[in-house]
Design a protein around this ligand. Sequence first.
Ligand SMILES: Nc1ncnc2c1ncn2[C@@H]1O[C@H](COP(=O)(O)OP(=O)(O)OP(=O)(O)O)[C@@H](O)[C@H]1O
Ligand SMILES: [Mg+2]
Length: 378
Amino acid sequence: MKNPFIYGEVVTGKDFADREIELGEILRDLRDGQNIFLVSPRRYGKTSLIVNALEQLQKEGFYTAYIDLFKVSSFKSLLEQYTEAISRAAETKIDRFSRLIRDFFPNIHPKVVITPDGRPSIEIDYEVRERRAGKLFDEVYEAPQRIARKRSRNFIVAFDEFQEIVNLNGEMIEKGMRACLQHHDRVGYLFAGSRRHLIYDMISNKQRAFYNMGKIMSLGKIPSEEFKVFLEDKFLETEFSLEAGVLDEILDVTENYPYNVQFLCHELWNNCLDRRTVSVEEVTLTMNKILDGQSAVYVTLWNTLPLHQRRTLIAIASSGGENVFSRDFVRDNDLGAVSSVQTSINLLMKKEMIDKEDNNRYYIADVFFKKWIEKEMI
Ligand SMILES: Nc1ncnc2c1ncn2[C@@H]1O[C@H](COP(=O)(O)OP(=O)(O)OP(=O)(O)O)[C@@H](O)[C@H]1O
Ligand SMILES: [Mg+2]
């Protein structure tokens, strides 16, 4: 019997819990051509939500394209991946794929290559010169609107990890995109990202090209009650029984982070497979086992940090992360000067080891790392 808990990859269909309200809202907006900026901290389930939404929209007859900007390292690769995603959305038959490329991308001369798994992929085999790049990009940006109009079938385009655009001459790309996208009445765009302040700045700063380009949707954690129903079903379907309080304990120790909940449940399922019964005690044992397993990674991470950053992490883990720039916090945790705390916090934020809630509370981004710090360092 297969372990029903999946972590570290996109979850869809029956492996995807709840999110009904968010999914409903995204579907409505995208159908109407309303642009959305979907933001959340890492590993809350943005990509899974996007993929589920696109699957549904595709069933409804939309062309759907997905571009992950983490996989885009240069201008040229953005051009290739955008072209490929749009073309693949509009044409699945390989013989027609080349024709579509010729029709809708006449200037960029992409080459269609077949990947080892038999899928068509795009290569642009010349250097994109900066001067021509703007024009070439226009052709790519316009493609979904032109295809949609020609074929009377609307397009949905999703950019995941959109904040990464700033690493690729972002200003020029943003301006070019804005100029085209704002006229697209047959395309709904979704931009998702985990570096929230970068996205907020992009759309709330009047100087930026994306100012007011769409609405922000902030993805929270999955509500406990809904998550519990999902988890219980998975255990029961695989003939496990749960002692009272197990589900609460799981959500409690993982603080309800979707990724960590699934990680813990996956391990619990494996550990209890012979008895098919899960007790609260087993949750604690499994949690300790996970922390021991992760220990090598965490020790390495810890050793890369200067002493003050380590002390700041310990202080955030033990205090709850409120008012970290107050004199009391600095004194109680023996952190020297407020300015040193500011520096350490900035550096830890840059490394994405900590994050900040909208109410200014700081927290350790990986809840298992926090547990490890509590266990080993406090
Ligand atoms: N709706 C959901 N139902 C069940 N599990 C979920 C759900 N959303 C997220 N998860 C869990 O969280 C993990 C991470 O999800 P996903 O990759 O979609 O998040 P993300 O926000 O895109 O993460 P990242 O910041 O790393 O890109 C999944 O592998 C799964 O274990
Ligand atoms: Mg993601």
